[in-house]
Design a protein around this ligand. Structure first.
Ligand code: PLP
Length: 342
């Protein structure tokens, strides 16, 4: 049980903390091998491995929760497996079946059960799967050997004092991803491309950078490493773009918005439209929804103020509560999003 670990569960940050085990599986001679359990935090790979030189690296991020009813729930396991498969096709890596992915995730969560934070703490167990090309190459070719690793780490509640809003800044100097590039895949390279923009935003005193489409710099792409949504006239609006990562949180919020009787629109959103939203947020696994206070466009000396009183709006709150309720099993899982660990 988590209790005897004596961690300060409610004050955990979003950082790496050692747990007991990770699970691994290697691809060799055209096939995935057996699941291995490891207690080592390091991996041993060739210095010429394709993941180190040519970016053959993909990852995922999902969470497991210790719930009010004592059960452990993993949120949207299959959707994460499918997104990893899509990333594999995108950077020519062998796909891992949904079944194998699920088996490994369930195993690593079970093995580290004592690290799943107690229900009352609001903290959860973050699950990080990664897939890397391990063959030695000097020329640019995909590897023929791969390693899939899944580790977990307990992470704190994103909003300690409850849900709060953040300021963003539009960055035009750097692009996170190209229109026909790898933005739609969850690969490390997109993050390397985002580091300078992210630093720039932080240096300017903002919590996060805000990206426009790389080609025309007219439409909203992403809010840092999270999807964007805006709400007005009972409508949930989120960008349609070839360079944003298909967030599973966003996909779930679109469904919940419809359940709550809202309209959902997925289309290009010109930056000027920010003036018309009653509410807006960034969404992703880490925070579910991170409500946006304002978005500053310093190049044009313009500030798009979304939340006049600095508070999250009513729809955002409603969506957030519903979402968390499904994760914690206090709301019915009508869309089959949750896997209960047995
Ligand atoms: C992972 C990620 C997201 C959020 O996806 P979720 O599945 O909701 O966690 C959004 N944008 C980028 C760039 C990401 O890497």
């Amino acid at each position: 049980m988590s209790e005897n670990l004596n961690l300060d569960w409610s004050n955990l940050s979003f950082g790496y903390r050692t747990t007991d085990y990770n699970v691994r599986c290697c691809f060799k001679n055209g096939a995935w091998g057996e699941l291995e359990v490891s207690s080592s935090e390091t991996i041993n790979i060739h210095m010429a491995a394709t993941c180190l030189h040519y970016g053959q690296e993909a990852f995922e991020g999902l969470k497991a929760f210790r719930c009010k009813d004592g059960k452990i729930r993993i949120f949207r396991l299959e959707a994460n497996a499918e997104r990893l498969q899509s990333t594999c096709r995108g950077i020519l890596m062998p796909e891992l079946s949904t079944e194998k992915f699920a088996q490994m995730i369930k195993k690593v969560v079970k093995l580290n059960e004592r690290f799943i934070p107690p229900y009352e703490s609001g903290a959860s167990l973050y699950i990080r799967p990664l897939l890397i090309g391990t063959s030695a190459r000097v020329g640019v070719h995909p590897a023929d050997e791969y390693m899939f690793v899944v580790f977990v780490t307990p992470v704190g509640p994103y909003f300690k004092g409850g849900f709060s809003t953040n300021p963003y800044v539009v960055i035009r100097e750097f692009d996170r991803s190209a229109p026909l590039g790898t933005g739609i895949y969850k690969v490390g390279g997109n993050y390397a491309a985002s580091l300078r923009a992210n630093k720039m935003a932080h240096d300017l005193g903002y919590s996060c950078e805000f990206y426009l489409d790389a080609k025309e710099k007219k439409y909203i792409d992403e809010a840092g490493a999270a999807n964007f949504f805006g709400i007005k006239n009972n409508t949930y609006v989120t960008p349609l773009s070839t360079s944003i990562l298909p967030s599973i949180t966003n996909n779930s919020l679109m469904t919940l918005a419809e359940d709550l009787g809202m309209k959902v629109e997925r289309r290009p959103i010109p930056i000027e439209e920010l003036d018309t939203f009653e509410e807006a947020g960034a969404c992703g696994t880490a925070a579910v929804i991170s409500p946006i206070e304002r978005i500053d466009d310093l190049d044009n000396k313009k500030s798009y103020v979304i939340s006049k009183d600095g508070q999250p709006g009513p729809w955002s709150k409603k969506l957030y509560e519903k979402f968390r309720g499904i994760q914690y099993g206090t709301e019915p899982d009508t869309h089959n999003w949750v896997t209960i660990l047995d």
